[in-house]
Design a binder for this molecule. Structure first.
Ligand SMILES: NC(=O)CC[C@H](N)C(=O)O
Length: 202
């Protein structure tokens, strides 16, 4: 890709603005996506943090489910944070019975997994492939990954405390997901990593 990649942020619900700002700071042109025509115009998509049950319902209301699944099947890069990670999981534990994600990463996630201990917390998390200090990872009623399928690369795990060893960042081909919210901390390395992925995929 020669020009600036155009990256959509799924704008059904959640912290859309924060992702738009982080993507812009990481060198992309970021646009909210709520309609299929807007989806057609982007090179890649970010699914923000928020509430996956609501996002699942709105994906149907806005008739975006099938178009997004089609783009994913066609190789469109997608990055999901927190609720976005849940929306990218092929299997969800502790979900609402009617909630459904996209045809995304071959993994099982547990919703509100850390929430049994505390609602939100922060921890250092090192990400494979991203140089420098570990991320100051912010978890808010976050999921963790309980199982990954073939072809899924584990990029980050919690290192200390009662949740040590829990998987919180994964990648499968052009699909990327984190349990935490880099869009909230002003550290744009993960968004830059995604922008690089989008350029490489083009
Ligand atoms: N911060 C978040 O995105 C929380 C995710 C939320 N608990 C869900 O299940 O969708």
């Amino acid at each position: 890709m020669s020009g600036t990649p155009v990256i959509g942020v799924l704008a059904l619900q959640g912290d859309v603005r924060e992702h738009v700002a982080a993507l812009a700071a990481a060198g992309a042109q970021a646009v909210p996506v709520r309609r299929t025509q807007e989806l057609d115009a982007v090179d890649a998509l970010v699914i923000p943090g928020g509430e996956s049950t609501t996002m699942s319902r709105l994906a149907d209301v806005f008739e975006l489910r099938e178009p997004i699944d089609k783009r994913i099947a066609g190789g469109m890069p997608v990055y999901g944070s927190c609720a976005g990670m849940i929306m990218l999981a092929t299997e969800v534990l502790d979900g609402r019975p009617d909630q459904r994600g996209f045809d995304g990463i071959s993994m099982t996630v547990r919703r509100n997994a850390f929430g049994r201990q505390v609602d939100s917390f922060e921890a250092p998390v090192a990400i494979n492939g991203i140089a420098g200090e570990p991320f100051h990872a912010v978890f808010i009623r976050a999921p963790w990954v309980e199982r990954v399928g073939e072809g899924v690369e584990v990029l980050g795990q919690v290192t200390d405390g009662p949740s040590a060893g829990r998987i919180v960042a994964v990648r499968q081909g052009n699909l990327l997901a984190t349990s935490f919210h880099p869009e909230l901390t002003g550290d744009v390395r993960l968004h830059r990593y995604f922008v690089d992925l989008v350029r490489a995929a083009a």
